[in-house]
Design a protein. Sequence first.
Length: 366
Amino acid sequence: MGEIFSSRRSRLRRQLKQIDAQGALISDPVNVRYLTGFTGDSTYLLLAGARQIFISDSRYETQIEQECPGLDVEIRDASQTTEQLAAQVINRVKPGLLAIEADALSKANYDGLADSIKSTPMVDTTGLVRGLRAIKDKTELETIRRAIKVAQKSFQTICAQLLPKQTELEIAFELEHQIRRLGGEGCAFPPIVGVGPQAALPHAHPGKSSIDAAPFVLIDWGAKVCGYLSDLTRVVVTGKISAKFERVYETVLRAQQAAIDRIRPGAALVDVDSAARSVIADAGFGKYFGHGLGHGFGLEIHEPPRLSPISKDVLETGMVVTVEPGIYLPGWGGVRIEDDVLVTSDGHELLSSLPRDWESHCVDCG
């Protein structure tokens, strides 16, 4: 594993050369984990030439030795802050032009650091490491596949156990239970569970509505495995559906497939989004699909790239994205179908394998 993290730091150093920086202070805990494997927080990583130095506190001294052997470590005591120790180390090693994660430090911490390292020039960066994280390596892909499998199995288990008076909250709690039972660390994010009209809220909060209150329930969930996440959505049919439901569902399904068919290296993100959005608009539901088509994910549930009408980038081999078109009709309900897709060298691979037709998710709650 050490070679993987060393390779990631080497990629970052190449990025730093492009902005003429000789060092970087990584303060976002997710980025620190990506570059080192360290799973704690309140810890900075300083890259200065060939050196890599952890700046942390005594709570994590042993953990750093276990998870990141071979890296230099500076440990603060209770008399100083992480920023103060970071300033001392920077003043000592004199890294040259130092890249700072401007989007990961509060203004107070940023200003305090700048005042303490006046002899070291700084350059503000945004998304430097997150951009690297958009391309998943082999180890990341293996872990994401595991997270998807755990999520899918947990969903299948709760569908087999649904009861008429089960509430949205109870379903969300049971998803968490099943994910942990299957070896996951927990949910990738608080599950979205919306019965009937509540499904018209793209980010509905689970409440006390029971699933017998409407003929369908939307469930958006994911699992966390070894820090990596998955993200899926399905609509479960629990009663007699209408022709309107069938029309809405089939429209969303066609939109999703149209977008998936466009995924390949070099494809413009805006074009992939447009492929789905056009299907929904042509069916007369254009104003009821207001969010972007999808997003990257990995150590965080929302990572680059973003698939939306204003995206300016293109897909690259190794990116993993969600494809999640939806139609949301206030007072009636909503349908969203979401799957996880890998961009391969010659096209794409659908990583999630749950059936996407609504007939496969009809359950008997009697």
